[in-house]
Design a binder for this molecule. Sequence first.
Ligand code: SP5
Ligand code: ZN
Length: 372
Amino acid sequence: MQAVYTPAHLAHDITVETFMGVPIPANEVAERAEKIRMALEADGGFDFLGPSEHGEDPITAVHDPGLVRFLEVAWSELRRQALGRPFLTADTYPNRNMFEGMSPEAVAALVREPQQAAGRAGYWGLDSAAPLVAGTYGAARAAVDVALTTVDLVLGGARAAYGLCRPPGHHSARSMYGGYCFFNNAAIAAEAIVRATGERVAILDVDYHHGNGTQQIFWNRGDVRYVSIHADPDRAYPYFLGRADEVGEGAGRGENLNIPLRGGATNEDYLAAADRALEAILEAPGSVIVVSLGFDTYGLDPIGDFALTTEVYHEVGRRTAATGRRLVVLQEGGYHRPSLGENARAWLRGAEGRDFDPLPSTGFGEHGVVAG
Ligand code: SP5
Ligand code: ZN
């Protein structure tokens, strides 16, 4: 299988994030993508290529140009304020209750993007856990190019191709970044496929978290079906979207399927959910599935609470490919670094109909090899 990768992600070199106001070691670190690259290289069955530049138009096809401009200048704006911060997060977010009693028209007319970086980050941002550093914009642009190059491979005839996107994308909405995500790589890819083929596209999101950004972007669209398996937002980020009764509106009514799972969800629970998800995808026409691939569903993931093991990734990859649709597989989350490479290898080998044997040389170190 062809895999698209660029070292440009290394410039998004974050070390610290904040969780409930407290600095903690960052989860979404550069080592994640390097672990995956090294495991796929060791496998020998993956051909790597770099992304080609696709410019800004495919980004503004799904994102507000104001978000793009903010992300481009946010770091220099912060520098101008000379606060000496290692990364940018917001001071104040516009909680919707700030505007209670005001009409939507009044809010649109009166509420504006502020000038200072701490306010602008609140205007465009979802949460305080998505640190922005000097190299973030370049890395996020490169991740979009990785996604679009993966699309090119599949539209050029590949049955499946993998884009090692970093930073990830699925929490990023039309006019909002957050959740370690800046541009929505999967949504940009899906939109590019719709525009290139005129076909309907399905997105299968198997990251542990609900892809609120992807859901928002296609909420009222009849041409992109979004299907997501994730932790119930009653207990997990992004908390305010991801419930089963969110089905889309207008032309998009019935095109959004959320499958929230309980804490401790097992391989068996997961495969049942995956079958439901794939069935829903096959109910609508189309020849391509964009997969938002996350491994934060893994049993040892530091921010997830599912109980999955490596072999379920091989099986979900296999079942997804068995739909007969072509696959644009794009990396989202997954934060247990010792297992990321093996889990990616398992999923992608499954998607190619190949068997999976764990590589002893990439066992899980101090955690021991986790048996299925
Ligand atoms: C792409 C992706 O997976 N984004 C995830 C964003 C999650 N942001 C909130 C992280 C909260 C970290 N919580 C640590 C508590 C561990 N019990
Ligand atoms: Zn996630």
